[in-house]
Design a protein around this ligand. Structure first.
Ligand code: FES
Ligand code: FES
Length: 155
């Protein structure tokens, strides 16, 4: 089957099996920045923003969200023109292998969109569903604080 979506601000038709997850449909459609980790909703690597809310795309059926607006890490910024959150992850040294990073960045985006000045506890809770095997999280939390500060300073 096919479904029309708005992905990163651009209309796109994805082809997928009726029982495909949004993660499968996105990856088959070329959105390889959405990472496939556990496939069970535990790791957060596949996180995207769906109609304004953070979701783990491996837990959503593509067919159930046809017509939706989806934002992935590539929709936030590019290597040449990174989003302040992406830049903060680089500057804080919060990226090692980078596998978890797109999901972490989307979780951070979802948090800061609703809460521009989160407490450490709120950051911890917002990133609770995102696992990283490399960094030990300290630098990731630094990156979120840095991104929040820069985004507040620059409106
Ligand atoms: S791949 Fe979706 S949460 Fe792990
Ligand atoms: S940087 Fe490697 S899993 Fe997070």
């Amino acid at each position: 089957m096919e479904g029309r979506f708005v992905i990163n601000g651009i209309e796109k038709v994805l082809s997928f099996e009726p029982d495909a997850t949004l993660l499968q449909a996105l990856r088959d459609g070329g959105f390889s920045e959405v990472k496939r980790g556990c496939d069970t909703g535990e790791c957060g690597a596949c996180a995207v923003v769906l109609n304004g809310d953070l979701v783990t795309s491996c837990k959503v059926y593509a067919a159930s969200v046809v017509g939706s607006e989806i934002l992935t890490a590539k929709g936030l910024g590019t290597v040449q023109n990174p989003h302040p959150i992406q830049q903060a992850f680089v500057d804080a040294g919060a990226i090692q292998c980078g596998f978890c990073t797109p999901g972490m960045v989307m979780a951070t985006y979802a948090l800061l969109s609703k809460n521009p000045d989160p407490t450490d506890e709120e950051i911890r809770r917002a990133l609770d569903g995102n696992k990283c095997r490399c960094t030990g999280y300290v630098k990731i939390f630094d990156a979120v604080r840095l991104a929040a500060e820069r985004m507040r300073d620059h409106g």
